[in-house]
Design a binder for this molecule. Structure first.
Ligand SMILES: NC(=O)c1ccc[n+]([C@@H]2O[C@H](COP(=O)([O-])OP(=O)(O)OC[C@H]3O[C@@H](n4cnc5c(N)ncnc54)[C@H](O)[C@@H]3O)[C@@H](O)[C@H]2O)c1
Length: 297
C-alpha cells in the first residue's frame, strides 16, 4: 500500500508506545483510525493526540482485551460498520514477562501467550475478511527482536514472539499465493522507548540469576531502549509502503539478526557469557554460581 490517505487502519494497543505513534502518524497521513486498548485513559490520550494533528480523519476508540476472542471479533465487526471498510490491521498490543522456565507459573504463561500470540491471531482472523473485501489490505503483526534470538529469562516472551513470526510468515506466503490484494508484514523492533518495561511482570526466579530484584530488572531492561516510538512507527509505515515481509527496527535489531544468521545455535554461548558478565556487575554475591551450562549446540 503506497498511500494511506482515505484508508482505514485498526490498531491494537493504541493507548501507549508504538501503537499511539502509529495512530498519530497514520492520521497525519490522512488515514482514518480505529484504536483499541484495555487502558481507557491511554486510549483517550491517543484520541486527543490524533484529533489535534488530524481533525478531519475519522477516529474511533474501543476498550478491548485482545486476549478475548469474542471481543476482538465484535470490535472488527464494529470497525467495519462504523468506518465502512478496513484496509489495515496493526496487531501491536503486547506485554513482557521476565522469568525462568522453572519459575514460570502456568497463569503467567497463559497471560502472555493470550495477549502476545492469541491477540495477534484474533486480530488477524477477525479482520482478514474485511481486508480482503476492501480490495487493498495489509496485516502488520508485531513480533520482536526476541522473535529472532532467545535470551535467558525470556522463554515465555520468546515463545510468543517466535510464534507471531512463524504465523505471519506463513500467512504472507498464503496471501501471495491467493493474490487477493492483501499482504502481511512481521515487525521486529529492537529496544524502543515505551512503557513496556513498567507494565511487565518480573518473577522472583530471575533474582540472583540475572538481576538483583524486579526493580533493577526493569531498569536494566530500559537501558536497551535506544529508539523512540515515533521513529519506530516511521520505520513500520515505510515497511508497509514498501510491502516488506520483515521490518527490523533499530541498530540492535540488525545486530541481533546478523548474530542469529551467522551463529544460528552458537550465539547462545555468547548470550550466556554476556549474562554471566552482567551478573557479576549486578549481583556480586552470585559470582560463585555454577560456571557451566549446556553449551553444546
Ligand atoms: N518496547 C520495546 O522495546 C519492544 C521491543 C520489541 C517488541 N515490542 C512489542 O511492541 C508492541 C508494542 O509495545 P510497546 O513497546 O509500544 O509497549 P507499551 O506498553 O507502551 O504499549 C503496549 C500497549 O498494549 C496494551 N495492551 C496490553 N495488553 C493488552 C490487552 N490484553 N488488550 C489490549 N491492549 C493491551 C497496553 O495497555 C499498552 O497500551 C508489543 O507487542 C511489544 O511486545 C516492544
Amino acid at each position: 500500500m503506497k498511500d494511506f490517505r482515505n484508508r482505514v487502519a485498526a490498531i491494537t494497543g493504541a493507548g501507549s508506545g508504538m501503537g499511539r505513534a502509529l495512530a498519530v502518524q497514520l492520521a497525519q497521513a490522512g488515514c482514518h483510525v480505529a484504536m483499541c486498548d484495555r487502558d481507557e485513559a491511554g486510549l483517550a490520550q491517543t484520541l486527543a493526540d490524533v484529533r489535534r494533528v488530524a481533525p478531519d480523519v475519522r477516529a474511533t476508540i474501543a476498550c478491548v482485551d485482545v486476549a478475548d476472542r469474542a471481543a476482538v471479533h465484535a470490535w472488527a465487526d464494529a470497525v467495519a460498520r462504523d468506518h465502512g471498510r478496513v484496509n489495515l490491521i496493526f496487531n501491536n498490543a503486547g506485554v513482557a514477562l521476565s522469568s525462568t522456565v522453572e519459575g514460570m507459573g502456568y497463569d503467567d504463561l497463559e497471560w502472555i501467550l493470550g495477549i502476545n500470540f492469541w491477540g495477534v491471531v484474533h486480530g488477524t482472523k477477525a479482520f482478514l475478511p474485511y481486508l480482503k473485501a476492501s480490495g487493498e489490505g495489509h496485516v502488520v503483526n508485531t513480533s520482536s527482536v526476541f522473535g529472532l534470538f532467545a535470551q535467558p529469562g525470556m522463554g515465555a516472551y520468546n515463545a510468543s514472539k517466535y510464534a507471531v513470526r512463524g504465523f505471519t510468515e506463513s500467512l504472507r506466503q498464503e496471501l501471495d499465493l491467493m493474490q487477493c490484494g492483501v499482504s502481511a508484514t512481521t515487525v521486529h523492533p529492537g529496544g524502543i522507548k515505551t512503557n513496556i518495561a513498567r507494565s511487565s511482570r518480573v518473577s522472583p526466579s530471575v533474582n540472583g540469576l540475572l538481576v538483583r530484584d524486579a526493580q533493577q530488572g526493569r531498569e536494566e531492561f530500559e537501558k536497551f531502549f535506544i529508539t523512540s516510538a515515533d521513529k519506530a512507527a516511521r520505520v513500520i509505515l515505510a515497511g508497509v509502503r514498501a510491502n516488506k515481509r520483515r521490518v527490523l527496527i533499530g541498530p540492535d535489531a540488525y545486530a541481533a539478526d546478523a548474530m542469529a544468521r551467522l551463529l544460528p545455535a552458537a550465539y547462545q554461548s555468547l548470550v550466556v557469557r554476556e549474562a554471566r558478565r552482567k551478573r557479576k556487575q549486578l549481583v556480586p554475591d552470585a559470582a560463585a554460581a555454577p560456571a557451566r551450562t549446556g553449551d553444546a549446540a
